[in-house]
Design a protein around this ligand. Structure first.
Ligand code: SF4
Length: 224
């Protein structure tokens, strides 16, 4: 069993094995993920709900064509609203221009790398946002690297800790078995929140320690 598989199995034993189910439609996932940048899930969901209440459920045409101040006001709970509002509206405009409608369902029929390129060509959409849409909304084998996944995989020794999140995403997608992406992404986040904390990882009580470069090297006794 490889190190990836052992960690996958250990995390599944601790947190359960999440299995992919269709979540939000790809358009909703894209907007929700842009809202999630630099904030927590609660504020993201609040802003998303306010947007839907203000402009109508899945009525992305209304959001696209609204005065920017109205969108900024609706999404204020997500923070950075003056940046995120125009980012969302610009992405919606570009999708309309290229596709003639506001839907990303067509991405499901595209090869993965083509779909990723299409998404990252949208204004304000980076590799992580694209990977979230691909993985969660479309069930494609992409591996988004958020702050928890970045930290935990760096400590495990799966990627050099000097790697940026973007570089880590490329390296992890090449190394981790693709059928582990969904469950690993979710369980690494759970582990990052519960045990492998940013400031004081609880290595002494961590079941991943036998497979963790950082945990084996210093047991968390020094500042990571
Ligand atoms: S052993 Fe320590 S550094 Fe490694 S995953 Fe566990 S808590 Fe994180």
């Amino acid at each position: 069993m490889s190190g990836y598989e052992r960690v996958y199995a250990t995390l599944a034993a601790m947190y359960g094995l999440p299995t992919w189910r269709p979540g939000l439609p790809p358009m909703d996932e894209l907007v929700s993920t842009i809202l999630s940048q630099n904030t927590n899930d609660r504020n993201r969901d609040l802003a998303f709900e306010r947007l839907q209440t203000r402009f109508g459920r899945d009525n992305w045409e209304e959001v696209r064509d609204a005065a920017s101040e109205q969108v900024i006001e609706a999404i204020r709970p997500a923070g950075l609203a003056p940046q995120k509002g125009p980012r969302i509206q610009n992405a919606l405009r570009q999708i309309s221009q290229h596709r003639g409608q506001l839907s990303l369902d067509f991405l499901a029929g595209m090869p993965l790398e083509e779909a990723r390129e299409w998404l990252t060509a949208l204004p304000g959409v980076g590799p992580k946002t694209a990977a979230i849409v691909l993985l969660f909304a479309l069930g494609q084998p992409a591996f988004p690297v958020d702050t928890h996944v970045h930290r935990v995989t760096g400590r495990l020794g799966w990627v050099p800790r000097t790697f940026s999140a973007e570089k880590a995403q490329v390296a992890l997608e090449a190394a981790v078995p693709p059928d582990h992406f969904y469950a690993l992404h979710i369980n690494l986040i759970r582990h990052g929140r519960a045990v492998c904390l940013a400031r004081r990882p609880r290595c002494g009580e961590c079941a991943l320690r036998p497979d963790c470069r950082y945990g084996l090297a210093d047991g968390g006794r020094v500042d990571p």
